[in-house]
Design a protein around this ligand. Structure first.
Ligand code: F6P
Length: 568
């Protein structure tokens, strides 16, 4: 047994077998070789097959017919799910079992959007009343700020908010804010308010976050699960300084609030715990957008009722995921297809391509949720994985991406794509008398790209078009490139919640199948501790002139050069 591999505990996540040692996995290994013989354009000819690969739930249509699968591939993937005990693992998550075994925690972000009357327990305690206590507090507080009954130190209403946080304490709220910004109902509720984010410790980001704002009318929310993250703490101190320099130290109480699981450190920082909004260790940072992490800033901007719709959308998918048979279960289907693409075809990446500018921050958010969750090298039992887990997620809204990286996707590497489209635009479409509106133009590309990837263009077609011989290799599209399409009815707060939960659960499904712990993130620690050594060195060299030591030649040279150039 490798060093440090613990004895297996009795936990529904533990397994005596790696998934790659099971019969269904080996069966799929053989099956993929057969499929490699068949081009997607031939698979797409079979409309019975295509029809069987469409699923609808609550207004959302998933079409996965452009995946490189036969009709019986899904059966084989369901057998893989059974071997991985997927159903039991999903149930364990919902029942509050400590499935995050390395941190000994439940994983209950589903409780954050549960209705008041639902019972979801962690360690024998129903957590839903605690969730609603905080939601009610946010609703009341945000209304006071929005209505001007909570005022700043000089008696002025607080119309602008800066949310200071990084990673999971930033990316999810940013995605939802960007998506709501042009939703008519949310716009109406936002009135003249502004919501900004400060994430990067770069002083440039600090400057950008406050430029044009008046401390008298600004509320700062410090968002940090641990309240120890170096970047967030430094940025919070910078904004505290900005407020107290302008308005005096006593103004901090009126202009700074916090969201954290660590209320002791919040108080130590100088924020009144009465103005702190709690969440719990059973909420992973990257799964925290439905906690006060997202709900507070978004409610201040758009009002609680809009945010409540977002929570309801996520809750609808939570129920669907928990109770729908796998054949019709959107997150399960998506998760299994991702495993298929990564582990059997060996495609390392996935492109997230929303044909919606409002979803411009969706890919960066999912990038964290996915890559921090599933970028693991060992099984949940600590055994090295004999296969690669996780995928490289990236993306941009269409059609912008088409004019950037699609060349590689069409004729270079094979990257499975998620196309996300919206039936009804958030905004009015102009040019009604013309052939197509802006939205039709956008959606024409959404419909066309998956076929371009699947079918490609053959040399024979090009010859028929009289393309000169020397250009034929350059103009040939190999096709056979998988994608899936998700069509949403519209993009309001409810649909945004649905989309979020679909991806959160899809990522969990992938991790459950691979047999890894998708809910810890030890891989971020080493860099943090090395940065802390450098931080100490910079301080010692500056304050006491001490030489740079304790690092390798390369790092020593770089740090020395930095210090010399700065003091010169
Ligand atoms: O990057 C690592 C990480 O721990 C993320 O998982 C987390 O979302 C982020 O840092 C911020 O952490 P915190 O909310 O504790 O400041």
């Amino acid at each position: 047994m490798p060093l440090g591999v613990p004895e297996r505990k009795s936990n529904s996540m533990a397994s005596s077998t790696l998934i790659s040692d099971t019969e269904p996995w080996k069966d799929l290994k053989g099956h993929v070789e057969e499929i490699k013989e068949t081009h997607l354009r031939d698979l797409m000819d079979d409309s019975t097959r295509c029809k069987s690969m469409m699923v609808e739930f609550d207004g959302i249509l998933l079409d996965y017919s452009r995946q490189r699968i036969y009709q019986d591939t899904m059966e084989k993937l369901f057998r893989l799910a059974e071997a991985a005990r997927l159903k039991q693992k999903i149930d364990s998550m919902y029942s509050g079992e400590h499935i995050n075994v390395t941190e000994n925690r439940s994983v209950l972000h589903v409780a954050l959007r549960a209705p008041r009357d639902k019972v979801i327990c962690s360690d024998g305690k129903n957590v839903v009343p605690d969730v609603w206590k905080v939601l009610d507090k946010i609703s009341e507080f945000s209304e006071r700020v929005r209505s001007g009954s909570w005022v700043g130190a000089t008696g002025k209403a607080l119309k602008d908010v800066i949310a200071v946080g990084i990673g999971g304490s930033f990316l999810g709220p940013l995605f939802v804010h960007a998506a709501l910004q042009t939703d008519p109902e949310a716009m109406e509720c936002a009135r003249a308010r502004q919501l900004r984010f400060l994430a990067n410790v770069d002083p440039v980001d600090v400057a950008r976050s406050i430029t044009g704002l008046n401390p008298e009318t600004t509320l700062v929310i410090v968002v940090s699960k641990t309240f120890t993250t170096a970047e967030t703490m430094l940025n919070a101190q910078s904004l505290r300084e900005w407020i107290s320099t302008a308005l005096g130290p006593q103004a901090v109480a009126k202009h700074m609030v916090a969201v954290s699981t660590n209320l002791t450190l919040v108080e130590k920082f100088g924020i009144d715990p009465k103005n702190a909004f709690a969440f719990w260790d059973w909420v992973g940072g990257r799964y925290s957008v439905c906690s006060a992490v997202g709900v507070l800033p978004l409610s201040l901007q758009y009002g609680f009722s809009v945010v409540h719709k977002f929570l309801k959308g996520a809750a609808s998918i939570d129920d669907h995921f928990h109770s729908t048979p796998f054949e019709k279960n959107i997150p399960v289907l998506l998760g299994l297809l991702s495993v298929w693409n990564v582990s059997f075809f060996g495609y390392p990446a996935r492109a997230i391509l929303p044909y919606s500018q409002a979803l411009e921050k969706f890919a960066p958010h999912i990038q964290q949720v996915s890559m921090e969750s599933n970028g693991k090298g060992v099984s949940i039992d600590g055994l090295p994985l004999p296969f690669e887990a996780g995928e490289i997620d990236f993306g941009e809204p269409g059609t912008n991406g088409q004019h950037s990286f699609y060349q590689l996707i069409h004729q270079g590497r094979v990257i499975p794509c998620d196309f996300i489209g919206v039936v009804k635009s958030q905004q009015p479409v102009y040019l009604k008398g013309e052939m197509v509106s802006n939205h039709d133009e956008l959606m024409s590309n959404f419909f066309a790209q998956p076929d371009a990837l699947a079918y490609g263009k053959t040399p024979e077609q090009l010859l028929r078009e009289n393309v000169p011989n020397h250009l034929i290799p350059h103009k040939t599209f190999p096709g056979n490139r998988p994608s899936l399409s998700l069509l949403l009815p519209s993009l309001n707060a409810y649909n945004i919640g649905q989309l979020l939960a679909i991806y959160e659960h899809r990522i969990a499904v992938e991790g459950f199948i691979w047999g890894i712990n998708s809910f810890d993130q030890w891989g971020v620690e080493l860099g943090k501790s090395l940065a802390s050594q450098v931080r100490k060195q910079l301080h010692l060299s500056r304050a006491k002139g001490e030489p740079v030591e304790g690092f390798n030649f390369s790092t020593t040279t770089l740090i020395t050069k930095y210090l010399e150039a700065q003091s010169g």
